[in-house]
Design a protein around this ligand. Sequence first.
Ligand SMILES: [Zn+2]
Length: 352
Amino acid sequence: MKGTMQAVVLQEIMKCVVENRPRPEPPAGGLLLKVHACGLCGSDLRTIRSGHRNVMLPWILGHEICGEVEETGAGYTGTWRIGDRLAVGPNVYDPADPFCVEGKHELSASVREIAQQWPGGLAEYIAIPGESVASGNILPAPEGMKSIYAAIVEPGSSVIHAHEKAHTTIGDTVLVMGAGPIGCLHVAVARACGASRVIVSDVVDERLRLVQVFEPDATINSAVEDLPSRVRDLTDGSGPTVVITANPAAISQVQAVEVAAKGGRVVLFGGLPHSDSKPGIDMNIVHYMNLSLIGISRFAPRHFRLSLQMLQSGQIPGEKLVTDVLPLSQFNEGLQKALEGRALKVVFEPGR
Ligand SMILES: [Zn+2]
């Protein structure tokens, strides 16, 4: 062991402590990264608030990572060298899994995740397992791209996957239900796909204010306005051709089906709480309106690659998405802001 490092440890529900932890060794076939930046994800907030079936406390979270190769493990055969800066995706696949062979990694039951099966990146150093090096979800950070942006490739990956499945294209009118960081990414990716109009709804005014930098054509506060009638007004009565539920509220799925245009595609992006996962959708609307209901979770390495490209080209504007950059010592401050919806993406710089 080579001394200690600073890390954020989730000790118990809603209790994160910045403390000294042993600095990890590079695993066999893997890498030791010095973490430059680590983003805080909506799923981290969920785990901090209510735990996760794959996470045993105390635990180091953080799966949106950019770091520099500090050391390589015994038997390492990868192509990255000491000093290389890498964008790390958390998903680790078994390449022999039949779904992975087909390129449908998101369907693979063999997937494991950094920050669940292995400690995460809210620390000065992270051990990257050998299995991850081979999985296709680690890419070199492009020269000139700041580490705080190379860290947030992962959230864009699922969003790109959603629009791939929804076939979002030129002329679409897209309704994004949810104005958090994921909703903002949906606005950016829908535009990049060619959508003509993008409307965003949320129940919190502060979030609808934050989403304005992504320049949606219209916003709706569905807590105070009647969402279906506002959407009808904004779309000349025809409804959005693509509807994305980017929040965990069951009512959104019901309304998404009610407002979608004839032949529209409804993407169920946000998962629902187990206690409220049967929302009572009127399936006759789905039937008679010829709607497509599209389930989506996870992503494949190609989406991770595309997300990095879109961050590099500015189609995903990292500088608009990342609203707060803080040292690890101010973790709880950043966490609080994110929990209260006063920030979009909060990114920590452990070395600072
Ligand atoms: Zn994430």
